[in-house]
Design a protein around this ligand. Structure first.
Ligand code: 6PG
Length: 476
C-alpha cells in the first residue's frame, strides 16, 4: 500500500480536524490514538476523506505506514503527556524521523525536547498552531521552530493546510528549537490583551453608559467594518447579539464573569519579565483574568465597599463612540508593540533571528488575533525592519499620534467613573513613559544609592558615583 506522507497522533478536536485538513489537501495521512474507539469514531466521521487516511491501532503499524523520514505530528495535551508519548514512540523511529509537537507547549519544554533527541538521529519540531477547531479544519496559522532541513520535509504539507492571506500561506519557519512555540506564546499573550481590552470597552458601554448587550453588539459590528476589523471584534459582536434559548435573555448577561486560563498568557509575561521587556498590557490582561476568577472575594468586597453608582463623565453620542473606537485601537497598538518587543529581545537572547515581518504576515489570517491591522504591521516592519519598536515606525507613529488623545480621554473618564480598565490604562501609561525622554528614574537611582550605595550615572557624565546624602546614608 502507498505510504502516508505524514502521521498524526491524538485524534481530539484539534488533532482530528488537522488530520481532515491534511487529507482534504490531498495528502495521505496515518493516524493513531491511544484509545482505539476514538480512531474508529474518527474514521466513521471522515466521509470521503477516509480514503486518504490510514487508521492504525498499534504504534508499530502507525510508524510502518509513514514514508521515511517520517514526520509525526503529536497533537495531545501539552506538558508531561508529550514526554510520555515521545518515550512510547522513540524506540520505533529511525534516523531522520521528525516528531512535531503541535500543542501549546512552553518553549522551554520544547528546547528540552530538542536536547532529549539530540544525538539520537531523530529530530523535533515545535509547532505553534492557532485558530481553534475551525482553523485546524480549514486553515490555521502555523509557526514552526526546528532545523531548516526538517522544515523542508514538511513544508509542502504545512503550507497547503495553512490559512491564506492574499494567497500567501500563513505558515513559516521562524527559527531553531523553541522559536515556533515562543512566537505562539506571544501570540496568545497578545490574544489575552486584545480580548481584555475589548471586554473593558464592553464594560464602559454596559456599566458606564447603561447599554444592553444587543446595543453593544451593534457597536462592535459597526467597528468591525472600520480600522478595528478583526476576528475578535467580529466574534464579540456575534456573541453579544446572541440570546439564551432557555431564558430569552442576552447570552452575555447569563454567563458568569469568570474566565479561566491555561498558561500561555502567563508564560508571555514571565518571559517578558525575565528579559526585562515591559509588556504591561499583556500583564494587565493576565492579572484581570486572575481577578475574574476571584468571584467569591469580589462579592465580599462589593458588599463591603458598595457598588458605587457610576456617573460616566462623557456624554453618549457619536463623539464618544469614535473616542471608544480609537482608544481601543491605540491600546491595541500598545499591546502589539509590546508583544513584538518581547519577541525581538527573545530573538537576541536565544539566537533565533526571528523574522518580524514574517510573523506579522502569518498572523494575518487563520489565527485568533487575525486582522487587517496585522497587514499594516507587516508593511510597517517590511518598510522599517530595524525599527526598535513598532511605534517608532513612521506608519505606526502617525497612528499613535492620531489615536492617543482618545485613549487618554477614555481612560480618564473610566477612572473618574470608578470603572476598571487595567489593560487600556496599562497600554496608555506605557505610551506615556515610552515617549518621555526624561523620566523619573533619577529619583529611583538616588534612592538606591542612598540606601544601598548603588551609585548612579549623571546627566553631565561627570564621574561622581555616589551622592552627598549626609549622615544615615549608606556611603562608600
Ligand atoms: C489559538 C488559541 C488557543 C487557545 C489557547 C488560549 O491560538 O488557537 O490561542 O490556542 O485559545 O489555548 O487558551 P486560554 O485562554 O484557555 O489560556
Amino acid at each position: 500500500m502507498e505510504q502516508a506522507e505524514i502521521g498524526l497522533i491524538g485524534l481530539g478536536v484539534m488533532g482530528g480536524n488537522l488530520a481532515l485538513n491534511i487529507a482534504e489537501k490531498g495528502h495521505r495521512i496515518a493516524v493513531f490514538n491511544r484509545t482505539v474507539e476514538k480512531t474508529h469514531e474518527f474514521m466513521a466521521s471522515a466521509g470521503a476523506l477516509a480514503e486518504r487516511i490510514v487508521p492504525c491501532e498499534t504504534i508499530e503499524d502507525f510508524v510502518a505506514a509513514i514514508r521515511p523520514p517520517r514526520p509525526i505530528i503529536i497533537m495531545i495535551k501539552a506538558g508531561e503527556p508529550v514526554d510520555q508519548q515521545m518515550t512510547a514512540l522513540m524506540p520505533h523511529l529511525s534516523a531522520g524521523d521528525i516528531m512535531i509537537d503541535a500543542g501549546n507547549a512552553n518553549f522551554r519544554d520544547t528546547r528540552a525536547r530538542f536536547e532529549r533527541v539530540s544525538g539520537t538521529g531523530l529530530t523535533f519540531i515545535g509547532m505553534g498552531v492557532s485558530g481553534g477547531e475551525e482553523g485546524a479544519r480549514h486553515g490555521p496559522s502555523i509557526m514552526v521552530g526546528g532545523t531548516p532541513e526538517s522544515y523542508a520535509r514538511v513544508e509542502k504539507v504545512l503550507t497547503s493546510i495553512a490559512a491564506r492571506f492574499d494567497n500567501e500561506p500563513c505558515c513559516a519557519w521562524l527559527g531553531t528549537d523553541g522559536a515556533g512555540h515562543f512566537v505562539k506564546t506571544i501570540h496568545n499573550g497578545i490574544e489575552y490583551a486584545d480580548m481584555q481590552m475589548i471586554a473593558e470597552i464592553y464594560g464602559i458601554l454596559r456599566d458606564g453608559l447603561g447599554k444592553s448587550a444587543p446595543e453593544i453588539a451593534r457597536i462592535f459590528q459597526a467597528w468591525n467594518k472600520g480600522r478595528l476589523n478583526s476576528y475578535l471584534i467580529e466574534i464579540t459582536g456575534t456573541v453579544l447579539a446572541a440570546h439564551d434559548p432557555l431564558t430569552g435573555k442576552p447570552m452575555a448577561d447569563i454567563i458568569l464573569d469568570k474566565a479561566g486560563q491555561k498558561g500561555t498568557g502567563k508564560w508571555s509575561v514571565i518571559e517578558a519579565q525575565n528579559m526585562g521587556v515591559p509588556a504591561t498590557a499583556i500583564e494587565a490582561a493576565v492579572a484581570a483574568r486572575s481577578l475574574s476568577s476571584q468571584k467569591a472575594e469580589r462579592e465580599l468586597a462589593e458588599a463591603l465597599f458598595g457598588a458605587e453608582p457610576v456617573s460616566f463623565p462623557m456624554a453618549d453620542g457619536p463623539a464618544l463612540n469614535k473616542d471608544l473606537e480609537l482608544a481601543l485601537f491605540a491600546a491595541k497598538i500598545g499591546a502589539y508593540a509590546q508583544g513584538f518587543a518581547v519577541m525581538a529581545e527573545a530573538s537576541r537572547e536565544f539566537n533565533w533571528s526571528l523574522p518580524m515581518p514574517a510573523i506579522a504576515r502569518i498572523w494575518r489570517a487563520g489565527c485568533i488575533i487575525r486582522s487587517q491591522f496585522l497587514d499594516e504591521i507587516t508593511s510597517a516592519f517590511t518598510a522599517a525592519p530595524d525599527a526598535a519598536n513598532l511605534i517608532l515606525t513612521p506608519a505606526f507613529a502617525e497612528m499613535v499620534k492620531e489615536t492617543l488623545p482618545s485613549l487618554r480621554r477614555v481612560v480618564s473618564a473610566a477612572t473618574a467613573a470608578g470603572l476598571p480598565v487595567p489593560a487600556l490604562a496599562s497600554a496608555l501609561t506605557w505610551f506615556e513613559g515610552y515617549r518621555r525622554a526624561r523620566g523619573t528614574a533619577n529619583v529611583i537611582q538616588a534612592q538606591r544609592d542612598f540606601f544601598g550605595a548603588h551609585g548612579f550615572e549623571r546627566v553631565d557624565g561627570v564621574d561622581r558615583p555616589h551622592g552627598p546624602w549626609g549622615s544615615g546614608a549608606s556611603q562608600q
